[in-house]
Design a binder for this molecule. Structure first.
Ligand code: AVI
Length: 352
């Protein structure tokens, strides 16, 4: 049965309390004037957060330097990621879409309709939107770190599905998920597609999913996409494509760090590395210096030797059995999994 909540203005909130007026395009302003559809409670973005800068400096000055993968996703980075999902080598997105399309009715029977669909890392919201006709959610809550991107996607989606109440939340989920009180407790269906769970370590993934399990409340569940272990050559190509889009995506993190930290990384000094590490069951992405460089930022610097690397991302790959166990460890039960014929990707549903 479909329960339609009263229409609510989509709204984007960040989860910290410092206020920040987001710069918005004229078309977005016009959209707000005409429909009053988008009401933003604009707060702090990671770009202005003191904590974010502190974390960046800690990473850059560590013996094995690292940059959080959240720095991939500025406006350009989100577009580059979108392009990655359309590359011939990057199979996860289209494989997951095929699984969802093929099994959508079975998924709807298992999951149920009229739920509060909470889309974690919603991006362009396309994956969730493809499920709307079968799942007929009562409310759609899109959560993403990239608020600008989310604003555009939600505006478009609202025209397409005017009967579904929509809310946007601009949030860095790597700091944990805190949903506002306006999201009903009952009937929550968390949707976490794209194998973004793979960007956490298995330990972090367990604790993130335990947290989700607690936020499921009465009758809640989780629909989650997970990339599976496969031949190294396929994984290597998926994360180091011939066109160099993944390289640009990785290098763009340095431009983003420059704008956040005021540092002077020159992307031309760095090269992209992306490969499967079978021992750790993960794809690793790094940025490697082509030559010895000194990178400065207000109040600090780091010297990198030629060939030194900055670790930018892990993307863990699981077996169906191992991920089922991880879900159980996180407190979920009744685990169901759908996979493609090659068993390259799996969509799991589990109840809280
Ligand atoms: C977002 N995440 C699931 C992607 C992945 O496959 O780990 C990010 C990505 N990194 C390089 N290509 C895609």
């Amino acid at each position: 049965m479909l329960q339609l909540n009263k229409k609510e203005n989509p709204m984007v909130t960040a989860h910290t309390d410092n206020h920040l007026e987001l710069v918005r395009s004229n078309s977005h302003r016009a959209a707000r004037r005409t429909t009053d559809a988008l009401r933003w409670r604009n707060r702090e973005t990671i770009a202005d957060s003191w904590l974010g800068r502190k974390e960046l400096i800690a990473g850059l000055t560590a013996p094995h330097p690292w940059i959080s993968s959240k720095y991939f996703y500025d406006a350009l980075g989100s577009q580059l990621f979108d392009a990655i999902t359309r590359l011939p080598e990057y199979y996860p997105t289209r494989t997951e879409a095929a699984i969802l399309a093929r099994h959508v009715n079975d998924i709807a029977r298992t999951v149920g309709t009229g739920r509060i669909l909470i889309d974690l890392g919603a991006g362009n919201c396309e994956k969730a939107a493809a499920l709307f006709p079968a799942l007929r959610p009562a409310q759609y809550v899109a959560v993403d770190i990239s608020t600008e991107y989310l604003e555009t996607a939600l505006f478009r989606l609202r025209q397409q599905f005017p009967g579904i109440a929509m809310t946007g939340l601009g949030m860095d989920m790597s700091q944990g998920l805190s949903l506002p009180d306006s999201i009903p407790d009952a009937g929550r269906l968390f949707f976490y597609p794209g194998s973004s769970i793979g960007n956490f370590t298995p330990q972090e993934a367990t604790s993130f999913l335990s947290d989700l399990q607690l936020q499921c409340h009465r009758g809640g569940g989780l629909l989650i996409g997970v990339d599976l272990i496969k031949e190294k050559a396929i994984l290597d190509a998926a994360y180091d494509d011939a066109l160099g889009v993944t390289a640009a995506f990785n290098l763009n993190a340095l431009n983003n760090v420059n704008s956040v930290l005021g540092s002077d990384f020159d992307v031309r000094d760095w090269r992209h590395c992306g490969f499967f590490n079978p021992t750790m069951s993960r794809v690793e992405m790094h940025l490697e210096t082509r030559l010895a460089v000194e990178v400065h930022w207000p109040g600090g610097l780091r010297c990198f030797e030629a060939g030194e690397r900055i670790h930018t991302e892990n993307s863990y790959k699981y077996s169906v059995e191992d991920f089922g166990e991880l879900l159980s460890k996180a407190g979920f039960t009744n685990v169901t999994a759908w996979t493609d014929q090659r068993k390259w990707f799996a969509t799991f549903y589990a109840t809280a």
